[in-house]
Design a protein around this ligand. Structure first.
Ligand code: OGA
Ligand code: FE
Length: 282
């Protein structure tokens, strides 16, 4: 399509305007703890600032966006899982489903699922020790150019050298557990609307390892999308990183946001995301 046609399509998509929390540029390297750090060390040394952005409806363009062209994809997929909060059922039933979906979407020969997270929003989660994982209201990318390949070395040490000769991606599959989802939807940023300089490598400190993620600086060029009233038979794929240098979309920022048009009594968000290593042999 022509640039003119593309501009018109974007202008006609329905949208909401909502705040996105971006990293305030800083001299130090951003560092966030996943647990209560030793006395005297702040949980995060980074500051975020809210920027109002336009977040467009992704459904009308779902047929024309792709993981390689935009860094995300929206697909239809019904899961057989009855209880997503049952880890055993998720591993037994959902992991094979996700593996098949990601293989079909990418053409990859191998998909290694390494992690999943369920989230259930509860009020005042910060003050409760055993609160469920909450929506993440900070623009970020889970893995970086460095930590993507490092995950392969950590998780598949015997095969890593061979696997890293080929193309490796980290792709998340995200879906609501209860729908239609109105509260705290997930927004994804078209990966081709970012400048690599917007991405700031950041430490994510776990008790036994330090992961690297990208924090993201504001740039008015960012194009944001979400799926209004997302259903449980829909899934968002988002590409965190990709070793293929020539592909337009390699790093996809994302964040939960508070939708100003959502009713006050919208049921609290429940969601699940699965993280996968995706392999294309050399
Ligand atoms: C993710 C993610 C945040 C959320 O799936 O990687 O950042 O609020 N999720 O669901
Ligand atoms: Fe994330």
């Amino acid at each position: 399509m022509t640039l003119q046609e593309h501009t018109e399509i974007l202008a006609n998509l329905s949208h909401v305007v909502a705040d996105m929390n971006y990293l305030v540029p800083m001299d130090e390297r951003p560092r966030n703890y996943t647990f209560e750090p030793p006395a005297g060390i702040p949980r995060s040394n980074a500051e975020h600032a809210a920027h109002a952005v336009r977040i467009r409806d992704a459904r009308p363009i779902a047929g024309s966006v792709s993981l390689d062209a935009n860094g995300f994809a929206l697909l239809q997929h019904k899961s057989a899982v009855k209880d997503f909060f049952d880890d055993e059922e998720v591993r037994r039933v959902y992991y094979p489903e996700v593996e098949a979906v990601v293989k079909a979407a990418t053409g990859a020969s191998r998909v290694h699922i390494f992690d999943h997270t369920t989230r259930r929003r509860v009020p005042d989660a910060e003050t409760q020790a055993d609160a469920p994982r909450q929506p993440v209201r900070r623009v970020h990318i889970d893995h970086t150019a460095k930590s993507g390949p490092q995950r392969v070395r950590d998780l598949l040490p015997d095969e890593a050298d061979e696997l890293l000769k080929g193309r490796v991606q980290v792709i998340n599959l995200w879906r609501p557990i209860k729908g239609p989802l109105l509260d705290s939807p997930l927004a994804v940023c078209d990966a081709t609307s970012i400048d690599f300089k917007d991405l700031v490598p950041s430490d994510l400190v776990y008790p036994h390892r330090v992961g690297e993620t990208y924090s993201v600086k504001f740039n008015p060029a960012h194009r944001w999308y979400y799926v209004p009233r997302m259903r449980t038979d829909e899934a968002l794929l988002l590409k965190c990183c990709d070793t293929a240098a020539g592909v337009p979309a390699r790093y996809t920022p994302h964040s939960a946001f508070s939708d100003p048009t959502a009713p006050a009594d919208a049921p609290p968000r429940e969601s699940i995301e699965v993280r996968t290593l995706v392999f294309h042999p050399a």
